[in-house]
Design a protein around this ligand. Structure first.
Ligand code: HXC
Length: 517
């Protein structure tokens, strides 16, 4: 029988061993590859000293062990809970130093345990991914482990925020866990995600491609839209994770934290009154409008380089979190196309799930015409955005800045799809289509018959613009609650949010809707 002193020594030895993961040599290799270890990442992610580890002594059920024959204590993942800005989060951080962070039955069990705890107490889940995928030696048991995680990702979806930071490889079916979570952040140069790696791609399609092009941060933030943000390095990625969570409640039953701001609610921005050019074809940068309106000019834009004709992201107004959805007239004239519809639809649903009011800044000439868009299914993809806005019950506030044409007027948080407060600037143009197109359709014969067709067309366009290209017909119907001076946008939105703070909305009982996926 050992003494208590001996037991304490043994315990400390085990603790020390578990802190080393795959050992000093593999930690050095991790650093040499420009990556932090699983524990170093947790230190940066969480408030200082707040990490509480669970399952540090779990070992591989297949008997995997170090070169010295000792079991890897904790196996390939570090799990537990901690605080971010004083608020509880659950975390798992895959340890690449232990068999490449590959997912064993034991690893899956550890991850599932923290996910279950997170849902039961209503706190976010942050996954730090750095893994060679399913542990090859464990075969179907490892695959089952992934499926156990996927099921929990789905059950937790819309209940607690889920955030994935991709800090190394994430390959094969493993990519589907981050894909289900609410936000994915990657690191440039050291992280990648793909369903099949370059080798398989070469064998099957004969395409020569490296991991970076196939699934690096640039690919997924500019081409595929899989990731929300790319960070230059790991500390920046971890900081982005903290910032995203700062806009969200702990769970679907809570409210996002309200933050003190020195930016006055009544602040009018007179520059906005002269921001738009008289030439409606001349674009401006919607970022500038957003920055001039929101608290302290802070806008955490998501997916900035993908489908840039629409902007999405978080900001605050009067200290309250808001989700911004705004056309970007500087890209594709702000038209809605397949990718921008998908991007905004997902974000609207994310905001709605987590009680974040949605502010829409509208300047949209319509849906993008073209064979490519129709072939690609703009009808069902555009319907996603329409569906998402109709379904969302959080406060929805809309400002029509300039164009709101055609179906896109309806879609973009109009009064008709449940907009709670709908404002328009005096520059707003709310019509079925632009003047040139409209005149061409309804006066085609008259223009053709005119002695001076060009002059007749110009006269009819001017007449149409005078009659329809304004916000007053919509305002006369109550579709617009108020036409406002651009400089008053911030105070009006903050007053609207204040008024809507206790909004209650009932939806019909159903199992779930059938959003056109
Ligand atoms: C077991 C693995 C492993 C795995 C890596 N290792 N991946 N062990 N199962 N899946 C081990 C290596 O043997 C090595 O062990 C250590 O991790 C580090 O790996 P290296 O290859 O030395 O590292 P690196 O050169 O950085 O390459 C990393 C890698 C490569 C690109 C991830 O290891 C790799 O291609 N691994 C296989 C990836 C894969 O095909 N996984 C299955 C995907 S399918 P030692 O002892 O030398 O340190 C999948 C299905 C999921 O995951 C299904 C869900 C539905």
């Amino acid at each position: 029988m050992s003494t208590n002193a001996e037991r304490n020594v043994h315990f400390r030895q085990m603790q020390d061993a578990s802190l080393l993961g795959g050992g000093v040599e593999r930690i050095e290799r991790q650093h040499a590859a420009g990556k932090l270890t699983a524990r170093e990442r947790l230190e940066l992610l969480l408030d200082e000293g707040s990490f509480v580890e669970l399952d540090a002594f779990v070992t591989s059920r297949a008997g995997d062990s170090t070169d010295a024959g000792e079991p890897f204590l904790g196996d390939g993942v570090v799990t537990g809970h901690g605080l971010i800005a004083g608020r509880l989060v659950f975390v798992f951080s895959q340890d690449f130093t232990v068999l490449g962070g590959s997912l064993s039955e034991a690893c899956a069990g550890k991850i599932c345990k923290v996910m279950d705890l997170a849902v039961s107490v209503g706190a976010p889940i942050v996954g730090l991914n750095d893994s060679g995928g399913a542990r090859i030696q464990e075969g179907v048991v490892a695959l089952g482990g992934y499926a156990d995680i996927f099921l929990r990702n789905v059950r937790a979806s819309g209940v607690v925020p889920q955030l994935s930071l991709i800090l190394g490889p994430c390959a094969g079916g493993a990519v589907y866990s981050p894909a289900i979570t609410d936000f994915t952040v990657m690191v440039e140069g050291t992280s990648y995600m793909f369903v099949t790696g370059p080798g398989v791609v070469k064998a099957v399609t004969h395409e020569d491609v490296d991991a970076e092009r196939l699934g690096g941060a640039m690919t997924h933030t500019t081409r595929s839209g899989v990731a929300h943000l790319a960070a230059h390095d790991e500390p920046e990625a971890l900081d982005l994770g903290r910032r995203i969570l700062g806009y969200l409640p702990q769970n679907n039953l809570g409210e996002p934290p309200r933050v003190r701001t020195a930016d006055p609610a009544a602040r009018a921005d007179v520059e906005l009154d002269s921001l738009l050019s008289d030439d409606p074809a001349k674009p401006y940068d919607m970022h500038e409008v957003i920055r001039r309106v929101v608290d302290d000019a802070l806008f955490l834009e998501l997916q900035p380089a993908w489908a840039a004709n629409i902007l999405i992201g978080f900001a605050r107004l009067g200290g309250r979190s808001v989700g911004m959805v705004a056309q970007q007239p500087a890209v594709l004239a702000g038209a809605l196309d397949i990718n921008s519809s998908i991007k905004a639809a997902r974000f609207v649903r994310t905001c709605d799930a987590f009680n974040v009011p949605i502010i829409s800044f509208v300047d949209v000439p319509g849906f993008l015409p073209g064979v490519g868009q129709e072939d690609g299914g703009i009808i069902r993809h555009g319907a996603k955005l329409l569906y998402a806005y109709c379904e969302a019950t959080v406060p929805k506030l809309t400002v029509i800045i300039r164009k709101a044409y055609g179906g896109a007027y309806d879609v973009m948080s109009s009064k008709h799809v449940g907009g709670d407060m709908n404002f328009a600037w005096p520059s707003a143009e709310i019509a079925v289509m632009g003047a040139d197109g409209a005149v061409g359709v309804i006066y085609r014969e008259r223009i053709a018959a005119a002695a001076d067709s060009v002059g007749e067309q110009a006269r009819l366009v001017a007449e149409y613009e005078a009659e329809f290209n304004n916000p007053y017909i919509a305002a006369s119907r109550g579709y617009i609650d108020a036409v406002i001076q651009p400089s008053q946008t911030r105070p009006r939105l903050i007053a609207g949010l204040e008024m809507l703070a206790d909004k209650r909305a009932d939806s019909p009982r159903k199992k779930h809707g059938n959003i056109p996926l």
